[in-house]
Design a protein around this ligand. Structure first.
Ligand code: GLU
Length: 354
């Protein structure tokens, strides 16, 4: 039987890392079996529906590179299907209508339809899993308590729940449930913190389908971010950092895209500095060396200029301040490789002209 899986977020806003793990795991499960992945929006509970929440999720999924193979399904548009399923359960005596008009399972009491006729999450989820021909439900272990009830509901409406695989949750580094307080709890947080999507995706792929809850391993995620930045092509990296192509030599050493943007600013429009007159000698030496070197320096040429400057007693700290306006930042040779000759000379002049 062809594999069909679904990712079923409630539209509560940007995906938590654990939900993103569910999405990635479903995508991989389908891909490895030439199967189909469907996006189902679980929007039957107005309390859990946040304005803009669905858009945020769609943006996250696209950012992570997770595509879907069929049109998405929205639970709020499928009320009729759920009502019909509840009628079937009543007809087969598996469920009954209570005096308030809600439909409940016999002997157990779980609600299928509320008194106002709307379906509960449990019923809607089961009806969708059956009618969409889902073969495997893959979701977080926080849904384990729903399993037995959903199996009974499936039987009550004349079907059988597909195989269900629960995976461990992603907890904060402190082992507590991920929350806003932790930062980096949601995909939007990680994006804002400058993690490249490739790194987040690679991290979630590495986690696979954990049997038990896992603690977020920030060090690993950061390592993957550095790797992802190093692996980007020049144009891709410049675009990701919103920087001009010439800034690429400094961007390469950044540990996040936020840091890459800071580095780019150093190259493009550094803060002005006024250096004490002691810096003059260094900057004049630098100007002599830089004038006779090519307009754009390769990494080796840039290192050679620095070597020669040091050899004549130049103070690299002053040079860094003059070129970048800051005491710290990307490696100095990378700055030299990113800033063209005339601009470098102008900055050196400007820093001691006050
Ligand atoms: N809407 C549920 C959630 O976001 C999905 C539950 C399921 O996958 O069955 O947790």
């Amino acid at each position: 039987m062809a594999v069909r899986v679904r990712f079923a977020p409630s539209p509560t806003g940007s995906l938590h890392l654990g939900n993103a793990l569910t999405a990635v795991a479903n995508r991989r499960f389908a891909d490895e079996r030439a199967g189909v992945l469907v996006l189902r929006i679980d929007d039957t509970d107005p309390k859990r529906t946040v304005e803009g929440g669905e858009e945020a999720i769609l943006q996250d999924l696209e950012w992570l590179g997770i595509g879907f193979d069929e049109d998405s399904v929205r639970q709020s548009e499928r009320g009729e299907l759920y009502a019909m399923a509840a009628e079937r359960a009543i007809a087969s005596q598996a469920a009954e209508r209570d005096p308030e008009d809600a439909v409940r399972l016999r002997g157990g009491g779980a609600t299928l339809l509320r008194a106002d006729g709307s379906a509960t999450y449990q019923l809607a989820s089961v009806v969708d899993d059956l009618t969409l021909g889902i073969t495997h439900v893959i979701r977080g272990s926080d849904h384990r308590p729903n399993l037995e009830l959903q199996q009974r509901m499936a039987r009550a409406i004349g079907g059988e729940l597909p195989e269900v695989i629960h995976h461990g949750l992603v907890l904060g580094t402190d082992g507590k449930k991920l929350s806003k307080r932790h930062g980096h709890a949601s995909i939007a947080d990680l994006r804002d913190e400058g993690f490249p999507p490739e790194a987040v995706r690679a991290y979630l792929d590495e986690l696979g389908l954990p049997d038990h809850d896992v603690h977020l391993d920030l060090a690993r995620l950061r390592r993957l971010a550095t790797d992802a930045i190093a692996a980007m092509g020049d144009e891709e990296l410049a675009a990701a950092a919103q920087a001009p192509l010439e800034a690429v030599p400094v961007l390469r050493g950044a540990r996040s895209l936020v840091e890459a943007r800071e580095y780019a600013k150093i190259v493009v429009e550094p803060d002005r500095v006024d250096l004490p007159s002691e810096a003059q000698v260094t900057l004049e030496r630098f100007a002599e060396l830089r004038t006779v070197a090519p307009e754009h320096l390769s990494p080796d040429e840039a290192r050679a200029v620095l070597r020669e400057l040091k050899a004549v007693g130049g103070d690299l700290r002053s040079l860094r301040l003059a070129l970048t306006g800051a005491a710290k930042g990307p490696e100095l040779w990378a700055v030299l490789a990113a800033v063209p000759r005339d601009e470098a000379l102008a900055r050196a002049r400007r820093a001691v002209s006050a």
